[in-house]
Design a binder for this molecule. Structure first.
Ligand code: ADP
Ligand code: MG
Length: 713
């Protein structure tokens, strides 16, 4: 990916599409580059190109790239789409390394042919392309900037107002799949006092993709955090692998848009109805150690914290303030962000009491966490208390809210807290509410000192939460699924719904347990049952046509006698006759006791085989307590999936249920996760319920679909 070096640090740039009209895109870009050059930020030579004009402001305009005497590294193209492929070819033939195509009017407008021509030019000349249909890049270090929107615009009252702020150099690299969003991000980062390594907008990605930029910034010494606005990718595994590598060297934060295509539709399996594309992306983000944010505000807040402050080992938070209300508010909210506020242990309590004896802490202060110093607290009190608590090393994180309003607090509190912070190198976030001059000043100064500050308790806690939970991912590669079935007899099966007994065979092949069952076609065969199975039993309609048997009363549990069996059989037989579906018999199983779980696996269009695990049974879709990952998973993934369940407590032994062996459960989940990945003919596979009790995990209901023909998938 060394070509990208020429995008961010070219020695020479050609701008194709400058014109006499200064408000044309090509001209705006040219002028901006020239301005950066005159300010000494941009070192590269800049050559304007347009075959129809000779000069602009006395500067020679070249009629083509070939006419430029110098070798051109970077070509910025802002001309009508139809002419672009030829210009790219010419640039490539003249040894240009990278082209940024600003022009739109390609595949996004239905001109797939132009994309084809573009790809051909790229293939044949080896040039790399950003875009088309992009605003390109803005790099405050090298001054390469193709963002063509005006920095200032006139209001109708005549006033000239800033419309797009100038970004300052920093350590956050932004990759965006939306041009408009890139500008919003620029603005928001600026307002929060955050500098940027570079912003890249990928456009249509005919050549360079999000993954390429991820790789570039992963190896870029100026980058600390990579922030991505993501709509979607084509090759999920390639993306996931690039994300993992990026997260190992940098911190990655993603705002994922397009969340409403969530499943929720009626489907053959519960998995298919519950797991939509966003759930799959989320699973991948977790496997890649990515922090996912919900909106722009959170993006900026989290990026700020991660780029400035060191991450914490745990979630034990100490809160220090002089505003009682903020103490209460923050302790109410902290648990929502996964933070705990442990009590002050005895050792530390003694030291704080000493401060009280020395009158540094006011006698009326009640010593606890959150610690409210009251309006009596001075800047010195903040410093001394913070020092004593930080030196104890008991807490992982600190939230300090030195409200400036009381007369006892002055602005020396900033440097006082900073000194302690530096001494103990802790994870600290500051919250200062309000928009008064003082409030803004305090926040700005903390930010400048490298301590992230926020104007709201909730936002400060969210930032702390990111610092507490951030973890590097495990280094691994997600391979593409197998091309041929590991279980060869799968080729003998017909396409369509999987038969129960085939499901049993598949699961057993992978070491998963199924209950003792018998399929019975007629009343005579019922007699064999007592010899083979022991009461209590369950009888279910056996049919590949009925997706959810209990919905139609097709499952009867708790059969204790031969008589019960005959009764149940008659009832189910009548149901099938009434429903007018083909009679395929009934399945009789031994009854299993335990917690009902669900294990599902399906092919995602982007990521391939995925796995979901959660609370199962007939209410699974109502409870929606499940987690998703890209398959296959390892033991640690399985553990994390189990821990994600809101109801994981019921696995620890609940009422008359035995506690579940979590180690064995994790093993079962990871075994199951290999099935689709190793057998491409299985398109969906689901166990619901998987009945868990102690060391045993029994798949009492199996559903799945088979499609052997690749083209039908
Ligand atoms: P379906 O999902 O098609 O309605 P299931 O086979 O999953 O049919 O049965 C529905 C419910 O019946 C299960 O969620 C479980 O509560 C109960 N059940 C089914 N088979 C057994 C079994 N072998 N042991 C205990 N309970 C069972
Ligand atoms: Mg079921």
């Amino acid at each position: 990916m060394s070509e990208l070096r020429y995008l961010f640090n070219p020695d020479s740039i050609a701008v194709v599409g400058v014109s006499q009209n200064p408000s044309k895109v090509g001209s705006v870009i040219y002028q901006r580059l020239m301005k950066n050059k005159s300010q000494g930020i941009l070192k590269a030579e800049v050559y304007p190109v347009n075959p129809n004009i000779r000069s602009i402001n006395g500067v020679k305009v070249y009629s083509s790239i070939s006419e430029i005497p110098d070798d051109v590294d970077l070509v910025v193209i802002a001309i009508p789409a139809a002419a672009v492929p030829n210009i790219v070819r010419e640039a490539g033939e003249n040894r240009a390394k990278v082209a940024v195509i600003i022009s739109g009017g390609f595949a996004e407008s239905g001109r797939i042919d132009l994309d084809e021509q573009l790809r051909k030019a790229i293939r044949e000349t080896g040039i790399r392309v950003v875009g088309p249909n992009t605003i390109g890049v803005s790099d405050p270090y090298s001054g390469v900037d193709t963002f063509f929107l005006p920095r200032f615009k006139q209001l109708s009252n005549g006033k000239i107002a800033e419309s797009l702020p100038e970004i300052s150099p920093g350590n956050i690299a932004v990759i965006s799949q939306s041009g408009a969003l890139s500008e919003v991000i620029m603005d928001c980062l600026k307002v929060s006092g955050i500098g940027v390594r570079a912003i890249v907008c990928v456009g249509n990605q005919v050549d360079l993709t999000v993954e390429d930029f991820l790789r570039y910034f992963s190896n870029d010494p100026l980058t600390e955090v990579i922030a991505i606005y993501l709509e979607g990718v084509k090759d999920g595994r390639k993306f996931l692998n690039a994300l993992i590598q990026a997260s190992i060297s940098k911190k990655v934060v993603i705002l994922k848009a397009g969340k409403t295509d969530v499943a929720g539709r009626a489907a053959y399996t519960h998995t298919a109805s519950m797991v939509g594309s966003i759930e799959v992306y989320r699973g991948a983000f977790k496997q890649a150690g990515v922090v996912e944010v919900e909106d722009m505000e959170e993006m900026v807040d989290v990026v700020k914290a991660l780029s400035m402050m060191k991450t914490a080992k745990g979630n034990r938070l100490f809160i220090l303030t002089n505003a009682g209300g903020l103490a209460v508010l923050s302790s109410d909210l902290a648990p929502h962000y996964g933070l705990t506020i442990p009590n002050i242990p005895e050792e530390l309590m003694k030291k704080l009491e000493e401060l009280k004896n020395q009158k540094i802490i006011d006698p009326i202060v009640f010593l606890q966490n959150p610690l409210d110093l009251t309006a009596q607290g001075t800047s010195q009190t903040f410093e001394e208390v913070f020092r004593v608590v930080a030196s104890s090393g008991i807490y992982d994180l600190y939230l300090i809210m030195p409200s400036h309003q009381p007369p006892s607090v002055d602005d020396t509190v900033i440097d006082r807290l900073f000194n302690v912070y530096r001494e103990y190198d802790c994870s600290l976030v500051v919250c200062e509410h309000g928009e008064s001059e003082w409030s803004k000043y305090i926040r700005e100064r903390f930010d400048q000192l490298g301590i992230p500050s926020y104007p709201d308790v909730r936002r400060a806690l969210r930032a702390l939460s990111a610092l507490a939970t951030y973890r590097k991912p495990r280094n691994r590669i997600f391979e593409k699924p197998w091309e041929t079935n590991r279980i060869s007899w799968l080729y003998n099966l017909g396409d369509g719904p999987l038969k129960f007994e085939d499901g049993v065979k598949i699961l057993n092949h992978y070491g998963l347990e199924t209950p003792k069952s018998l399929t019975v076609l007629n009343e005579e065969e019922l007699r064999n049952v007592i010899e083979e199975l022991s009461f209590p039993l369950v009888m279910k309609i056996y049919s590949t046509k009925i997706a959810h048997k209990s919905d139609i009363g097709g499952v009867i549990v708790g059969l204790k006698t031969q008589n019960d069996l005959i009764e149940a059989y008659k009832m189910l037989r009548k149901k099938v006759v009434d429903l007018n579906v083909e009679w395929e018999g009934v399945v009789i199983q031994e009854m299993v006791k335990g917690v009902e779980l669900i294990l599902g696996s399906s092919h995602d269009a982007v990521f391939g085989p995925t796995i979901m695990f959660g609370i199962g049974g007939i209410f699974t879709e109502v409870l929606r307590d499940f987690s998703v990952r890209i398959a296959p998973i390892d033991h640690d993934d399985a553990y994390e999936m189990i821990n994600e369940l809101k109801m994981k407590k019921i696995l620890e032994g609940f009422r008359n249920l035995q506690p579940v062996n979590i180690e064995k459960l994790a093993e079962t989940i990871s075994k199951f996760s290999k099935i689709l990945w190793e057998n491409p003919s299985i398109r969906q596979l689901e166990i619901n319920p998987l009945i868990a009790s102690g060391d045993r995990f029994i798949a009492v209901d199996i559903r799945g679909t088979i499609s052997k023909n690749k083209d039908n998938r």
